[in-house]
Ligand binder design. Structure first.
Ligand SMILES: Nc1ncnc2c1ncn2[C@@H]1O[C@H](COP(=O)(O)OP(=O)(O)OP(=O)(O)O)[C@@H](O)[C@H]1O
Ligand SMILES: [Mg+2]
Length: 323
């Protein structure tokens, strides 16, 4: 089966501030990312703030121009497609952001917000077809059809996020990337949105990339989880699989620790934390890893695995021994 998305050696650097002699150091936000996303799958993306989750999603959505690597969407290389060549494919991959305010113009009515994607794509709709689309989209996300005439400020946070999701659904996407879609919502509302996402995936045969800080939520929702550290993927593991990378182990232990003091200290910090300006030669996690050996500082471990579970660590037991 062709993967929905296949990403090879994907990387991105941002220009840093101009240097004294005009030399601009570049900041590496994402590097050497490899993974495949299969039809119907939900892949979670986790890692500490600044590790490159949003940058990765924006690269895949072609909102940022990749500096290295390849992105294939349903088998087509989209890495450097021009805006024009990308236009017909755009409707098939969409992104939903944390803050629905940023994607909905406060002056627009909900009906206008929902039909804007058709206008952007140059899809002409008759008045009747327009009404039917608005009704269909509101029903999909379980919003009252009477809301069509409202403005965003009349809606609650959860309702606004439903409108954001409906907009992403307008053109019949295959893949949706969610960047912390429930992070600004109350816990009970969050749970409803998560159930909505599961129902939509089932009914519309969707595939998700799901970024979140909430490891319990990711564990509930996602089939596999990709763990990032300093712009690199350190491990991709199926739900419920025992983590093999020391960073994943520390992240999970900290997230599920009952003591909040433990939660704040992800791992013992033994050295300088490297930054994207100065990416270490070896393993990105070496400076913080409790198990570090000389090899780890010298040679960057490749991500190796069996297509389901993969880990980038010289010291992790090989995946093949997992039964
Ligand atoms: N437009 C930009 N210009 C320069 N640097 C950027 C830009 N966007 C992000 N960065 C840097 O790239 C790194 C990765 O940022 P990114 O937003 O992808 O992280 P993140 O994992 O999504 O973090 P968070 O969990 O806080 O949302 C960070 O160090 C960030 O400061
Ligand atoms: Mg982010």
């Amino acid at each position: 089966m062709t993967p929905i998305l296949s990403v090879e050696n994907l990387g991105h650097t941002f220009p840093g501030p101009a240097g004294w002699f005009g030399a601009r150091k570049r900041f590496r936000a994402v590097g050497e990312v490899d993974f495949e996303l299969h039809p119907g799958e939900i892949l979670g993306v986790v890692g500490e703030s600044g590790c490159g989750k949003s940058t990765l999603a924006r690269l895949i959505m072609r909102l940022y121009e990749p500096t290295d690597g390849t992105i294939r969407f349903e088998g087509t290389d989209i890495t450097h497609l021009s805006r024009r060549a990308l236009q017909p494919l755009r409707r098939r991959f969409q992104m939903v952001f944390q803050d629905p305010y940023s994607s909905i113009d406060p002056r627009q009515t909900i009906a206008e917000a929902l039909t804007e994607p058709f206008e952007v794509q140059g899809v002409g709709l008759s008045a009747a077809a327009r009404r039917a689309e608005i009704e269909r989209l509101l029903a999909l996300v379980a919003l009252d059809p009477a809301m069509a005439g409202s403005h965003p400020h009349h809606l609650s946070g959860g309702q606004k996020q439903r409108v954001g999701i409906a907009r992403a659904l307008a053109l019949g996407p295959r893949l949706i990337a969610f960047d912390e879609p429930t992070a600004s919502l109350d816990v009970s509302v969050q749970a409803q949105v998560v159930e909505l996402l599961l129902r939509l995936r089932r009914e519309l045969d969707l595939t998700y990339l799901f970024i979140s800080h909430d490891l319990a939520l990711v564990d509930y929702l996602c089939d596999r989880v990709m763990v990032m550290y300093l712009g690199r993927v350190v491990e991709i593991l199926p739900r419920g699989a025992p983590p093999r990378h020391p960073y994943t182990q520390a992240l999970l232990a900290a997230a599920f620790a009952p003591d909040p003091k433990v939660r704040r200290h992800i791992v013992r910090i033994t050295g300088e934390i490297p930054s994207g300006y100065d990416v270490p030669t070896g393993c990105a996690f070496a400076a913080r890893c409790p198990l570090v050996e000389d090899t780890c500082r010298a040679i960057r471990p490749a991500l190796v695995g069996d297509g389901h579970h993969a880990v980038a660590c010289h010291l992790a037991p090989p995946i093949a021994s997992e039964s």
